[in-house]
Structure formats: structure tokens, C-alpha cells
Design a protein around this ligand. Structure first.
Ligand code: FES
Ligand code: FES
Length: 160
């Protein structure tokens, strides 16, 4: 076991973990942040997506020690105080889910896309969430929600 200090959603968190442990397992099992979902745990579905220094990645394919010294943001970190953040709001507004299992990963992927490209085209949105599978096929509403999220973020002045 090794001690790690992780910075997650703006807070320093100390954990004792096996070096082979994935960031996803540490977030969920050690820190109680269950927004990132474990779908495949082998880099295929995107349900575990988090931001590392603002860039989306699969937490299941990231070793926890690799996250030390980086800024990790999970879907819980996209709240605006007690209220939904703009990307979360847009997903609710456009009913961009069915079972919801992929949703937190989709929201984080859209947040990462909009941080890099605040006004994406439809094609850029499609590419931005292409690493996030939705077995329910909610894609049309996800794409609409991403476009709406860009508007909401612009109105609220930037990052969620
Ligand atoms: S759980 Fe990480 S990509 Fe599927
Ligand atoms: S809403 Fe069910 S997997 Fe996407």
C-alpha cells in the first residue's frame, strides 16, 4: 500500500492504496464519489469519464498514482453550489438519457469538450462524445443537450 494525496473537485484527499489500483476504484470505493460509473473497466464504454487537468479520460484506465499532483474533476464537481451546473442542467432540459448509466460520463465528456472548444459544431460534439457509448441510443438528445450546454455556459461565464 502507498499513501497518495489526490486533488479531487478542489479538495485534497489522502488515501492509502495499492499502486495497481485504478483511479476509478479509488474515487468510488475510497472517496465515495460514485458519479463515475464502472461499466466495462477496460477502456471501452466511457461511463467512468473524469477530467484530469480539464481533459476527459477514462478513470478505469488510469492508475491512481498517475493522478497525484493533477486536478481531478468528477461529475459531482460540476455542480454549481447546490444547484446543477450548466451541462447537467442542459442534459435534464433535453432529457438526454434513458437508463442514465452512461450519463455522468457523457456530462463530463461534454464539459471537457466545452472547456477546449466553447462553441462546438454538431460534428465536433459528435467527435467529443465519441468515446462515450450509450446503449440506450440517447444520442440525438445528448447532442442537443451539448449544444444547449454551450449556450448556458456562455451565459454563466465559462467553466461549470
Ligand atoms: S468503465 Fe472505464 S471505459 Fe468503461
Ligand atoms: S442512457 Fe442508458 S446507456 Fe446511455
Amino acid at each position: 500500500m502507498i499513501p497518495l494525496t489526490l486533488r479531487v473537485n478542489g479538495r485534497e484527499r489522502r488515501v492509502l492504496v495499492e499502486p495497481r489500483q485504478s483511479l476509478l476504484r479509488v474515487l468510488r470505493d475510497e472517496l465515495g464519489l460514485t458519479g463515475a460509473k464502472e461499466g466495462c473497466h477496460r477502456g471501452e464504454c466511457g461511463s467512468c469519464t473524469v477530467l484530469m487537468d480539464g481533459v476527459p479520460l477514462y478513470a478505469c484506465m488510469t492508475l491512481a498514482p498517475e493522478a497525484e499532483g493533477r486536478e481531478i474533476t468528477t461529475v459531482e464537481g460540476l455542480l454549481d453550489g447546490e444547484a446543477l451546473g450548466p451541462v447537467q442542467d442542459a442534459f435534464a432540459e433535453h432529457d438526454a438519457f434513458q437508463c442514465g448509466f452512461c450519463t455522468s460520463g457523457q456530462i463530463v465528456a461534454v464539459e471537457g469538450l466545452l472547456r477546449a472548444n466553447p462553441q462546438p459544431s454538431l460534428e465536433e460534439i459528435r467527435t467529443g462524445v465519441s468515446g462515450n457509448l450509450c446503449r440506450c441510443g440517447a444520442y440525438p438528445n445528448i447532442f442537443r443537450a451539448a449544444g444547449r450546454a454551450a449556450e448556458l455556459r456562455a451565459g454563466r461565464g465559462g467553466d461549470s
